[in-house]
Design a protein around this ligand. Structure first.
Ligand code: HEC
Length: 108
């Protein structure tokens, strides 16, 4: 390796070390629309924030919600219900599918 290449190599390595975690974090955040769009009312654990409960949101970990079918859950997310906003325009079908799958993981 030529001497002039060494700083370039170090800079590149540093760049990878510094920017890769940022990139990975950005990916994870955009992968979880739940935290950004739903947790405000449904709580990060799905049991519902105090605001969400006041509006009538149900506990995602409860049998009541878990016994709903995937299509019922995705319909509510897509079209809204009561004070629950509709997300059919702001989320892709795949995102809604992922949210339903996420709600399933909250089952007690
Ligand atoms: C502004 C507050 C609010 C936000 C934000 C919100 N919800 Fe809701 N959600 C509600 C309320 C209130 C209900 C209860 C509706 C009813 O039964 O009248 C509800 C109901 C639901 C239900 C049906 C089960 C239940 O609790 O009755 C699902 C599934 C759901 N929301 C998913 C989501 C997802 C996924 C997001 C994010 C994309 C989200 N919600 C964002 C308020 C909210």
């Amino acid at each position: 390796m030529k001497k002039t290449c060494v700083p370039v190599a170090i800079a590149t390595a540093l760049g990878v070390v510094l920017f890769l975690p940022m990139w990975v974090r950005a990916q994870t955040v955009s992968d979880t629309p739940y935290t950004a769009k739903c947790a405000g009312c449904h709580g990060s654990d799905g049991t519902g924030s105090s605001m969400g409960k006041t509006m009538g949101a149900h506990d995602f970990t409860s049998a009541e919600v878990q016994q709903m079918s995937d299509s019922q859950l995705s319909d509510i997310i897509t079209s809204g219900k009561g004070k629950m906003p509709a997300y059919g325009k702001s989320l892709k079908a795949d995102d809604i599918k992922a949210l339903v799958a996420y709600i399933r993981t909250l089952k007690k």
